[in-house]
Design a protein around this ligand. Structure first.
Ligand SMILES: Cc1ncc(COP(=O)(O)O)c(C=O)c1O
Length: 399
């Protein structure tokens, strides 16, 4: 059976796009699809306020701007993430300071983050990497002690829950992504959420070239929704269009279904992989749920029998899985501080070890969370075959 490609587009999505085209309104800060998306996503997350943006990166950027982060400030971010987490800090003229990650769950290590705090630190951006919430209690405690603003990077974690609370409501502000690869896909787009009217008002102006969003929208003059006030601060044009917003609304209706399928598939695959010596499925602390935007497996080369160095083992398994028709990728090959943009010489041992000894089952185009059970089982069968061959070969070499 062929794997299912992401994103899945349904008749409901087509109808949503047709609705926008029939209406003939393609944009506007007060336009109906944008406004409805904001109301519906805020309700889905349980936050008071939401702003739709044209990317997850811009949602993060307006959060940092609303927090008052600026030149001379430092913002702590994890060493393992997508580069956007650090770029948003640079966009606001501040300096990203990288903290290492927890070796078991790959999210920011609160103890290492605490060691990075200086008198210039203004904010911390925990990333709920791959769909697993970060250790928010420890991060909140750290932030309280140093008066830091916490902004959740929830780009990969729509629908995840930490201690009974939805991701997006665990800090002052949060940013989600609507990029096609995500569990809530709409092409390119983002969502900013907060419970604070004040932060919302500031972020709304940063999103709209520094202007107050229009208080009225007139369907007979949809392009005349001029701002009610003059610019009061520096802003960017980060508004999404109506087509994207309508598609996001339609996809939002299926987010719970996507989350359930993702968790079902991950549980099935983990049950199979956990029986293989030296293979470690993703860990989930008992106080939170994982939505498995990405499914990262650790391979233990030190286990008796495997006998290969971590990257050699990882590369061999990756190649063999692909030869078996399994979708598998590395997703990130270096910690963020090692990107040429930062060229940091500092070592981040846990982030480095995580990248060296793990791979992701499912690709961006064919993620695990999109698959029917038959494909999950076929991938598990193939993994077992590959692992058996690797163990046998290693035994022959090292006996
Ligand atoms: C962890 C993380 N942060 C931020 C982003 C940025 O989102 P976008 O690509 O929508 O700008 C992404 C998405 O790729 C991401 O994975």
């Amino acid at each position: 059976m062929n794997p299912r490609r992401w994103p899945i587009v349904t008749d409901a999505d087509r109808a949503a796009i047709a609705r926008v085209l029939d209406r003939g309104v393609l944009s506007g800060a007060g336009a109906p699809e944008v406004k409805a998306l904001e109301t519906e996503f805020a309700a889905a997350v349980g936050a008071r306020c939401c702003l739709a943006t044209n990317s997850g990166t811009s949602a993060l950027h307006i959060a940092l701007a609303a927090a008052g982060v600026g030149p001379g400030d430092e913002v702590i971010v994890p060493a393992l993430s997508f580069i956007a987490t650090a770029q948003a800090v640079l966009q606001q003229g501040a300096t990203p300071v990288f903290a290492d990650v927890d070796p078991d769950i790959y999210n920011i290590d609160p103890a290492d983050a605490a060691r990075r705090v200086t008198s210039r630190t203004r904010a911390i951006v925990p990333v709920h990497l791959h769909g697993l919430p970060a250790d928010m209690d420890a991060i909140e405690a750290l932030a309280r002690g140093h008066r830091l603003t916490v902004i959740e990077d929830a780009a990969q974690a729509h629908g995840a829950v930490y201690k009974g609370r939805a991701v997006g409501t665990l800090a002052a502000m949060a940013a989600f992504s609507l990029n096609s690869t995500k569990n809530l896909p709409a092409g390119e787009g983002g969502l900013f959420v907060t419970d604070s009217e004040e932060l919302y008002a500031r972020a709304a102006r940063v999103r709209f070239d520094g202007l107050e969003p229009p208080s009225k929208w007139d369907p007979t003059h949809p392009l005349d929704d001029e701002a009610d006030a003059h610019a009061t601060l520096r802003g960017w044009m980060y508004l999404p269009g109506e087509l994207t917003s309508a598609l996001a609304r339609s996809q939002l209706q299926r987010l719970a279904e996507t989350t359930a399928r993702s968790q079902r598939n991950a549980a099935r695959l983990s049950a199979r992989l956990a029986t293989l010596p030296g293979v470690e499925p993703p860990r989930i602390p008992p106080d939170r749920t994982h939505v498995f935007h990405k499914y990262r497996v650790r391979l233990d080369g030190a286990r008796p029998g495997a006998g290969l160095g971590p990257t050699a083992l990882r590369d061999r398994v990756l190649e063999a899985l692909r030869a078996e028709g399994v979708e598998a990728v590395l997703w990130q090959t270096a910690p963020l501080p090692a990107h040429p943009l930062f060229a940091s010489r500092e070592r981040y041992p846990n982030a480095e070890a995580a990248l060296a000894s793990t791979l992701v089952i499912g690709s961006q185009s064919y993620p695990l969370f999109a698959q029917p059970l038959e494909v999950v089982d076929a991938w598990a069968d193939a993994f077992e075959r590959v692992w058996k061959v690797i163990l046998r070969a290693a035994e022959r070499i090292y006996r």
